[in-house]
Design a protein around this ligand. Sequence first.
Ligand code: R5P
Length: 297
Amino acid sequence: MILFHFPEFEQVGAELLQSVRQLKPGRFRRGRFSNGEVFVELDTAVAGEECAVLGSITPPDERLLSTLLLAHTLRKNGARKITGIIPYLAYSRQDRNKLNESLAAQWTGALAQASGFDTVITVDVHSIEDQRLSPIPLISLSPAPVFASALKEYQLMGATIVAPDEGAIARCTAIREGAGLPPEPIPYFEKHRTETGIQHARFVGAVGNQVVLVDDILDTGATLVSACQRLLCAGVEDIQVMVTHGLFTGDEWTGLWELGVSRIFRTDTIPTPAEPMNGRVVTLSVTPLLAKALSGT
Ligand code: R5P
């Protein structure tokens, strides 16, 4: 299998090439014409070959097109099978079919198929609905083993794992299982979005002094800030956060530091140009998950 990876995933790409025996490096160039149009040019022959594209579609408008165009170019040049490796699937939160609103999760799936992808592998897809809406197989890798190791490494095995909304309960359960902790109900918040922001209406369950809040996405941070406020009122002394995809949009999320959050764990699914914060953000690698998935394709 030939792996084509974009420069924003230089490190992940290099690690995959090292750890997956059947992968060979593919070479290509991405550029823009003077009028702004994106283009790609292959430097590796792909006729009859199985290929993988490691790409990002966030910030969506900058990278989505080149990832799709690369798949199209591989297909046009005779690639036999093309697997997309898109660790963070932007647009996945637009997964509810509401009258007059875009259903972008379906749209990105259709674009991926039309561009030549046969399968897409992602990490911790937002919802099962995303997989239902995709016209091609959308494989979601659980980050639970990565977070379970962090629980052990950072002495967090005694912390209460809390879900900031009902959608995050399954993620919390998987992390507990991965860490070998006995099964127990996950405490969670009932979350509502109102015109003025996030409202955590009711907390179900009980917590100890130390909490690990788990979510798939930290975008503005509004969800986690609101959950932390409630936990502090309930007497929790140490709160740490685990998120698969750290978008860190705007400034609201920095309120987590003001609330005393001692650490944010995130994975490297979103290429971040430079560590935007201080040493309290720990970046965990998802490369072992991707390597395992690719070894099985
Ligand atoms: C929503 O259902 C997701 O699981 C996250 O809770 C949400 O996307 C986080 O967004 P924000 O950080 O802007 O509250």
